[in-house]
Design a binder for this molecule. Structure first.
Ligand SMILES: Nc1ncnc2c1ncn2[C@@H]1O[C@H](COP(=O)(O)OP(=O)(O)OP(=O)(O)O)[C@@H](O)[C@H]1O
Length: 186
């Protein structure tokens, strides 16, 4: 799944981190948040998925109906959106603007968002499958759908649309590479 986690660099340019479900995006982002709690924030996505127990509106997600989500698409509010497992997920420009500048970018002017796009790749599909299984939250059908989607996402990443591709093989190395990219050390 290309679920997206966004963080903000010191220059306040958003970082959009995408990659197949189970590749380790959440793990990598959590490491950044833990290491630099004053520097990074995450944005809240919209979804048509039903809330799970404990998920709070406006914190886990903005939960909306499909009709509402589709009207938001036609209004052009999303930086990116994707459908997975019959549910739509998207990151709105507004949530990024709210988190980015707290006023530096005008609410009407999304041309200043200018994100940097990072794609996280697994070392291979076998490793990805092992991570999905190891996480232990998906049933077999869901694992197979995620793997099928992963192949499409990996092919898309080959087209060179991202600013940086990081292979998450060794977690420490991948974390370091992500940090170096974000802080423009590489
Ligand atoms: N480099 C790594 N080596 C081995 N296991 C890893 C590595 N990185 C992450 N994992 C493990 O893989 C599993 C999936 O990681 P994580 O939940 O962060 O993926 P994700 O990309 O955020 O998935 P989703 O898009 O479905 O939310 C977790 O159990 C995590 O601990």
């Amino acid at each position: 799944m290309s679920s997206t986690v966004d963080a903000l660099s010191m220059e306040r340019r958003p970082i959009v981190i995408s990659g197949p479900s189970g590749v380790g995006k959440g793990t990598l982002c959590q490491r950044l948040l833990d290491a630099y709690p004053e520097t990074f924030v995450t944005t809240v996505s919209h979804t048509t998925r039903k809330p799970r127990p404990g998920e709070v509106e406006g914190s886990a997600y903005y939960f909306v109906s499909r009709v509402k989500f589709e009207s938001l698409i036609s209004e052009g509010i999303f930086i990116e959106f994707a459908e997975f497992n019959g549910n739509l997920y998207g990151t709105s420009k507004q949530t990024v603007i709210d988190q980015t500048a707290r006023g530096a970018a005008s609410k009407e002017d999304d041309s200043q968002i200018n994100p940097r796009f990072v794609f996280v790749k697994p070392p291979n599909l076998e490793a990805l499958e092992a991570r999905l299984r190891g996480r232990g939250i998906e049933d077999e059908g869901s694992i197979q759908r995620r793997l099928a989607r992963a192949k499409e996402e990996l092919a898309y990443a080959e087209t060179g649309v991202h600013d940086k591709i990081i292979i998450n093989h060794d977690l420490d190395r991948a974390s370091q590479e992500l940090e170096d990219f974000i802080f423009e050390r590489s």
